[in-house]
Design a protein around this ligand. Structure first.
Ligand SMILES: *Cc1c(COP(=O)(O)O)cnc(C)c1O
Length: 490
């Protein structure tokens, strides 16, 4: 299977090349030139298999240049011992029609662990396969969860180093603490004055800087990305939708609800559908930053709007990078159209897709959003009604799903992606439940534990005694200099 770029269909590279580069040189995103199919028989055969075996099966469909042994090494390395649950992605029943897919049992308590525990294996294996001896420098812009998950994945991985930039006021206290106390010899963390889009734009600029690229090359280094623009992030996410479908007992059809920011997680669900899973609707849930809701409903993408800092910070995004992959697929691999829309987005912050693409989006997707007040109300109601405690991001998904059912009357079984542990966003969850707030961050965990009877994840408890290693706050224009300083190159 070959990989091409959303902005140049002539490009044909192996999956190892796509993963080791992260982003195509033309600024486009890598994706496979075809979508592999899974048959009913193959799905049935996965029923009694472990998550590792399911992952090997799905990855094998896409990473055809990886050997059986390499896939085995990557999947076992990633999913053995690093999750606090026997199953890395368990499915829980919420009510008669709704299931929750818990994606937060990894080391950083957010869904990104499912991909970022395996990405270092995929990346170092890819680099080795290509006979490349360079050190890989991972650059990450994060709205909170990616940064920590990438740091945990890449810390002390030989042949790599990692730099993480996060918006100083755009992440929760717990997220900040998780990152600033990061251990490891090859890690760098710093805050940026600005929002997530500023951090992401800064990182993209560094990737596009030819001079810097040359400078790295002469120092035997090369950049790569751990953001969901890297195909190696996306493909492991397809695994858990297939796994969930099997664990739900292979329903005739089902809906998937995803709390969405950069459009990576829901795109993985779209791939699962294209591979043959009987997904009825893909329900895209946004917070007050509802640029995707409007896009799904109108076909017009317009980022010229107020940016809200919400209680679901990992979804505070106005430029959803992975949408580019969906549009490429839906426009029939039309790289010229994608380039045109991305240029319009870059210049005026806005573009409108063709009627054909609009109709296809409407057929597969439903878009909805809710604000913080509705998010809090949903946390409280879901806990009171079903005894299930969700975090702020998951609550956005539950709220949008409830609205979808109300609007359509659809009773199709539905799986809701639960993307973070409620303990990761404890202050807001406590507020939502109407419990008297306490000042101390760690006392809050006890309060929540008493109320919910859910154990506090060990990795969060341990933060209490960790030393803060990274305190820097940079202007966004100083990011390139920070890279040079950290890598000690001039
Ligand atoms: C990253 C994240 C999201 C958004 O996922 P995308 O793949 O960017 O759409 C939602 N919830 C949580 C908790 C996250 O960390």
């Amino acid at each position: 299977m070959k990989y091409t770029s959303t902005r140049n269909s002539k490009i044909k590279v192996s999956s190892a090349e796509a993963i080791s580069k992260g982003l195509s040189a033309d600024g486009g995103l890598f994706l496979p030139t075809e979508i592999p199919i899974v048959t009913k028989e193959e799905l049935n055969a996965l029923k009694n298999k472990t998550y590792i075996e399911r992952a090997k099966f799905v990855l094998g469909k896409f990473l055809t240049d990886f050997t059986e042994d390499e896939l085995d090494y990557c999947c076992k390395g990633a999913y053995t011992g690093s999750f606090d649950n026997e199953l890395p992605a368990p499915v829980k029943k919420l009510n008669n029609t709704a299931y929750i897919l818990e994606l937060w049992h990894g080391p950083t308590c957010a869904f990104k662990d499912l991909a970022l525990q395996i990405l270092p294996y995929l990346l170092t294996t890819s680099v080795k396969k290509l006979g490349n001896k360079n050190e890989t420098v991972i650059l990450v812009a994060t709205s909170g969860d990616t940064g920590k998950a990438a740091l945990e994945g890449f810390k002390d991985v030989e042949g790599t180093s990692i730099m993480v930039f996060y918006p100083t006021d755009g992440v929760s206290k717990m997220q900040k603490l998780q990152m600033s106390t990061q251990e490891g010899k090859n890690v760098f963390v710093c805050a940026i004055k600005g929002n997530f889009d500023d951090a992401q734009t800064g990182v993209k600029k560094i990737f596009g800087n030819k001079e810097l690229e040359k400078l790295l090359e002469t120092n035997n280094k090369q950049f790569s990305s751990a953001n969901s623009i890297n195909w190696g992030r996306l493909v492991p996410q397809i695994v858990y939708y297939i796994s969930a479908f099997i664990d739900m007992g292979c329903p005739e059809k089902f809906n998937v609800v995803v709390p969405t920011g950069n459009f990576g997680n829901i795109l993985a669900a779209f791939y699962a559908k294209e591979m043959g899973l009987p997904i009825n609707k893909l329900i895209c849930a946004s917070n007050a930053n509802n640029v995707l809701t409007d896009f799904i409903n109108t076909g017009i993408y317009d980022k010229n709007r107020h940016f809200y800092t919400t209680s679901s910070p990992s979804m505070d995004i106005l430029i959803s990078s992975n949408l580019e992959r969906l549009l490429y697929l839906l426009s029939g691999y039309n790289d010229e159209l994608i380039k045109q829309w991305q240029t319009e987005l870059f210049n005026g912050g806005k573009y409108e897709v063709t009627k054909e693409v609009k109709d296809k989006i409407k057929k597969d997707f439903f878009g909805g959003y809710c604000n913080d007040e509705q998010t809090f109300k949903t946390i409280k109601e879901t806990f009171e009604k079903y005894g299930y405690l969700c975090d702020t991001h998951t609550a956005v998904a539950v709220n949008v799903y409830n609205g979808y059912v109300e609007k359509t009357g659809d009773e199709t079984p539905t799986v809701i992606a639960s993307t973070a542990s409620p303990y990761k966003f404890a202050p807001n969850v406590i507020k939502a439940l109407g419990i008297k707030e306490v000042d101390d961050d760690f006392k809050q965990l006890d309060v929540l534990c008493e109320k919910s009877k859910m154990p506090v994840p060990k990795s969060i408890l341990e933060l209490k005694n960790k030393e803060v290693r990274f305190k820097k706050v940079l202007e966004k224009d100083d990011m390139q200099k920070a890279v040079k300083d950290f890598l000690n190159i001039k």
